[in-house]
Ligand binder design. Structure first.
Ligand code: TXA
Ligand code: MG
Length: 313
């Protein structure tokens, strides 16, 4: 398959491909997405194939107009309106009960649906011109770090999808925060680009550290899969254990290692997936990473690092 590359002036051509049921990668403010017509089961299946994603891991539907939630969802709770009013367009995904129009291919067989309005002009234009909501997971081969620039997406999907919109690097660099609003109180299923502190101002009773009981009520299939892993092994050092890095460096002196010591947290969040991918290019065997404080975007950073790590100290 030939993958067409579009610039921001050719979004209409990319939209034609979406209308035809093809897969097109596009930029968002969080990470790049791998998009297809959310209402067309055959198109959605192509996303799963290109990404190598298990079909029970549901996709987020991207919309360009807040009112679309009435079309895609039902029994919408008050919290949803409050959150949308404050945070859309932006890095927040809400889970609602799905309406009949949403195919089970998009929701991985669930009766709920994940919806988000991205804060990115190119993405919004693509959705509008396609005249349909767009399902999109992060643009990366399943299990690998998400794609946050055009080069990442090209290297993962050249020859595997119909098109890629070439645009700027993702501004935030980590995926959206995902909140389940089908339960009361709401549950934060994935910390992300919108901080818990900001979410709590609107939804004070949100459960941010769901335990097993919460998760059996709120089905979150994505959580069981390994994520964000480069080829290198990641060893994560939580606060207070940083001194152990030296021991490891001695132990693995024959291996190619890299120490990552995050300081400016927003900057680090933005570059995290890029750094992990670069380690693969450089054939690094082991990455040592010091942890960050779990405040603001730091909560999402630590969530990604813990999922990517093979050893945590
Ligand atoms: O920022 C983002 O959210 C990016 C951009 C492209 O919008 N998308 C993204 O999609 O990160 P993905 O597929 O990589 O992650 C979506 C997460 C998964 O963990 C999935 O399991 C969860 O959302 N999810 C989707 N629909 C769900 C549902 N109905 N119930 C529970 N979890 C759901
Ligand atoms: Mg993903």
């Amino acid at each position: 398959m030939i993958t067409k590359i579009f610039n921001n002036k050719k979004i209409n051509e990319a939209a034609e491909l979406i209308k035809k049921g093809e897969v097109v990668a596009f930029p968002t403010e969080t990470v790049y997405g791998l998009g297809a017509d959310a209402l067309n089961p055959k198109a959605v299946k192509k996303i799963f194939e290109a990404k190598g994603r298990p079909s029970d891991n549901p996709l987020i539907i991207h919309i360009a107009d807040k009112k679309e939630i009435y079309f895609l969802a039902k029994n919408i709770p008050k919290n949803a309106f409050k959150l949308i009013e404050k945070f859309w367009p932006g890095p927040l995904t809400i889970i609602l009960k799905k309406s009949e129009v949403v195919p089970y291919e998009t929701t991985g067989g669930l009766d709920s649906v994940a919806i988000r309005m991205p804060n990115n002009k190119t993405a919004l234009k693509l959705i509008t011109l396609s005249k349909t909501p767009i399902s999109a997971p992060s643009a990366n081969i399943s299990g690998k770090p998400s794609g946050t620039n055009f080069k990442h997406v090209l290297s993962d999907f050249n020859g595997k999808i119909s098109g890629i919109i070439k645009s700027n690097d993702s501004q935030i660099g980590l995926e959206s925060s995902v909140i389940d609003l089908t339960t009361n109180p709401p549950i934060l299923l994935r910390p992300g680009g919108l901080s818990l502190e900001k979410l709590k101002k609107v939804c004070p009773n949100i459960i941010s550290k769901p335990n097993k009981n919460h998760l059996s009520v709120s089905k979150s299939p994505g959580m069981k899969y390994r994520h964000y892993s480069p080829n290198a092994r990641i060893i994560l050092f939580e606060k207070g254990s940083e001194y152990k890095i030296k021991e490891y460096q001695i132990k693995f002196k024959d291996k190619k290692t890299k120490v990552i010591n995050p300081n400016k947290i927003k900057d680090f969040a933005k570059k995290l997936f890029k750094i992990l991918r670069k380690c693969d290019e450089d054939k690094v065997d082991i990455i040592f990473i010091n942890s960050v404080k779990e405040i603001g975007i730091g909560l999402a950073v630590m969530n990604r690092l813990r999922k990517a790590a093979s050893i945590i100290h």
